[in-house]
Design a protein around this ligand. Structure first.
Ligand SMILES: Nc1ccn([C@@H]2O[C@H](COP(=O)(O)OP(=O)(O)OP(=O)(O)O)[C@@H](O)[C@H]2O)c(=O)n1
Ligand SMILES: C[C@](O)(CO)[C@H](O)COP(=O)(O)O
Length: 225
């Protein structure tokens, strides 16, 4: 079952504190975004990539796409102030095909196996997300004091890709706009429509490169590949 993927890469990388979009930072001498794009460039089921970028960075992205021969990028779409805005802009550019995946440009280590398991789950429920059971104890904290501890047995760390039937996720985004809801992932918008979202076991190495420490981990992951 072929799919298209929307890759939001229009953030500022504030938590990385690198003075530029973290997508351009190199891991093992290759820009982060190229590591991510190559996953889908090299996946036979991926029919096309919609890359969501900051308008001011178009030249940089075009140069990298050309240099590294990423042929599946079908369109460069401009992002918005929030990740949700960026993803929505990317979804609107998708053509009516089976499934659409939404995957953070800052997650370079997702595997083809995980993607294919995600698509199989989407066949069943119309929506699915990768995730991993949490390993740390999670507590709710208010004003610097622990309020209570959550039952870890039902808590998952959610990753991307997340996969959807295109019409369903577009409807969910439109509903979120009408309700003024801003979520931190796309599955949460689907949940609000009452749509079942399947959870698919991901890999703990499918990390999101967010803070400087993540670059150290990324270098070691790459070296072990
Ligand atoms: N307005 C935004 C915000 C985020 N993203 C993208 O969404 C993914 C996940 O977001 P995050 O890891 O938070 O990236 P940044 O927003 O760049 O990081 P920060 O919050 O530290 O600024 C990233 O690939 C990022 O480029 C986006 O396309 N548009
Ligand atoms: C979508 C996501 O990667 C799932 O864990 C996460 O919510 C993105 O959060 P961010 O703050 O936009 O990086």
């Amino acid at each position: 079952m072929n799919y298209q993927v929307v890759i939001p890469a229009a953030g500022q990388g504030k938590r990385m504190n690198a003075g530029k979009n973290k997508q351009f930072l190199e891991v093992n001498e290759i820009p982060l975004i190229i590591h991510t794009l190559r996953v889908f460039e090299n996946h036979s089921l991926c029919s096309g990539i919609i890359l969501v970028i900051n308008k001011m960075e178009r030249n940089e992205f075009e140069e990298l796409i050309h240099k590294y021969k990423i042929t599946k990028v079908k369109q460069l779409v401009y992002g918005g102030a929030e990740r949700q805005n960026s993803v929505y802009n990317g979804l609107k550019a998708c053509h009516k095909e089976n499934y659409v995946l939404v995957h953070d440009g800052a997650r370079p280590f997702v595997s083809h196996t995980s993607i294919e398991e995600l698509i199989q789950a989407t066949n069943r429920t119309g929506a699915a997300t990768l995730g991993v059971p949490l390993k740390d104890t999670i507590k709710v904290v208010r004003d610097g004091v622990v309020s209570h501890t959550l039952d870890r047995s039902n808590l998952w760390g959610i990753q991307t890709p997340q996969a959807f039937e295109l019409d369903l996720i577009l409807n969910a985004h439109n509903q979120a706009i009408e309700e003024g809801y801003l979520g931190t992932d796309d599955a949460s918008l689907m949940e609000r429509t009452g749509q079942a979202v399947s959870i698919v076991m991901g890999d703990y190495i499918n990390i999101k490169i967010t803070t400087p420490e993540d670059l150290i981990i990324a270098e070691s992951i790459i070296k072990r590949k």
